[in-house]
Ligand binder design. Sequence first.
Ligand code: F6R
Length: 600
Amino acid sequence: MCGIVGYIGQNDTKEILLHGLEKLEYRGYDSAGIAMLHEAGINLTKVKGRIAALRESVDHTVHATMGIGHTRWATHGVPSEVNAHPHRSASGRFTLVHNGVIENYQELKREYLHDVNVVSETDTEVVVQLMEKLYDTYQDTAEAFRQAIRLLKGSYAIGMMDARDPDHLYVAKNKSPLLIGLGDGFNVVASDAMATLQVTDQYLEIYDQEVVIVSRNVVEVQKLNGAVVDRKPYTAQIDVRDIEKGTYPHFMLKEIDEQPFVMRNIINAYQNENNELKLDADIRSAMQQTDRVYIIAAGTSYHAGLVGKSLMEKIANIPVEVHVASEFSYNMPLLSDHPLFIFISQSGETADSRAVLVKIKEMGYPAVTMTNVPGSTLSREADYTLSLHAGPEIAVASTKAYTAQIAVLAILAVDTAQAKGIELNFDPMQELAIAANAMEMLTDQKEEMKGLASDYLPTTRNAFFIGRSADYNVCIEGALKLKEISYIQAEGFAGGELKHGTIALIEEGTPVIALATQANVNGAIRGNVQEVVARGANAMVISMKGLEQDEDTFVLPHVHELLTPLVSVVPMQLLAYYAALDRGCDVDKPRNLAKSVTVE
Ligand code: F6R
């Protein structure tokens, strides 16, 4: 979603800001801008569209020593140049970028800005105009900034410049992520370390309701009352190479290919030298004490949660409910006596999930966050964190995080079963290793998937995915992958449910992709395939070795039946990728989508 980069120092401010914004492109945005402070004042450039257009529009003769940049994903007001950040106060003195949502911006506008010409439709502009009003009262930028921040309700990460103060960058945060990067003779501000890793790996975390005054050599973290806070830096554990595409045409393809390695990383991370599972003892005991697990997540992470439910119920004999985060907050089910909440989130920043976390913490329930970004908001605010070890996921469409989530959920289920003394009749880590090998065999068959995508999905406007049991869970993820990047309208259905209505949509040539990896429903799903073929569907059957039939389109290598989603999702990801490429879509940055959805 929206991204922030800020810089103060003697290096090439413009290039550091533009490069940082390029690194944030993966999060999704529809407009962008930078403001730079130089001898003649503030130089402001904003565009609707891509950073490439911003790069072209920026005045390359400007030599600035401080600047702020922003990528905007529209919430209040359409994507446009005027709504793009940075926003300027009426006199032009203060310039500000903001991520998040100011919930009381209308009230603030009514109360403080009735005589100000607010030019954009955004909640953000209200903050910068308010800043100028408060400066009139306090005559001190830091104090006016703190006072302005105190009036805000909602979520924000803010970077602000005062045109008359070339030595300080003003920063504040509440609920939206923001970090300070430390350099030698310069400092940076970023909503995501990826934006500034090329200049530093040393970061300071900022907590909610803190203000930071950043100068070239000093970073002062303050409470809203001005009290100074001591904060130690940490080293970001991200390898710059992990956020480069290398020889791949797209991050999505790279990330699909990385899945077998991620599986091996997870096996190593969660096993000790004696091949025993190693999990945080507190998580183990929380799993023992609960009478019901509530998995809360959104999108692809929700789909991984559905697979996790069946793993935990079948392996560890624990009842599990899986809920879409945005629904749970407003329609909470009756909870059990001792609930344990597991938040699954690749980014660890999803606002819908965080809203539930805040609520259930107020109710006093324990929470685990399973995330790819330890240190993210959800990870910090939950009691425990389970790390996905997938490495940065840059493509908007989630692939390797999904399979990593399933693998870690499987390990959690196995660990819980072992702690409960449940005997398993298989070696889970060995089965995971077998699944990793199978995934590698599949990623080696890209040409075949490319061919299938152009045979089955070239001009279709819709497609259906059908499966039963574990395959149904993968089908809804397969459909989501296809629709989000190729814009083909796709739905995943339980094989037996199609005839209760949706079969009406099957016409001559409608693509139906059927998964058949589960022995107990193999006959039933094949019956469902016959039903759609009889109505003209162009059926692609993806089965598993041992269950295959002569007419099947593609046969997956055999893996343990509880782990089939790890493998069966790979052809779905590749089909979506190639279908999107065939249609000329922007695979890594699909329209309207954001990588990290930080608004409710
Ligand atoms: C789909 C996708 C989204 C995310 C969802 C939750 O490919 O990436 O559906 O899964 O926005 O995001 P996280 O996992 O970061 O909470």
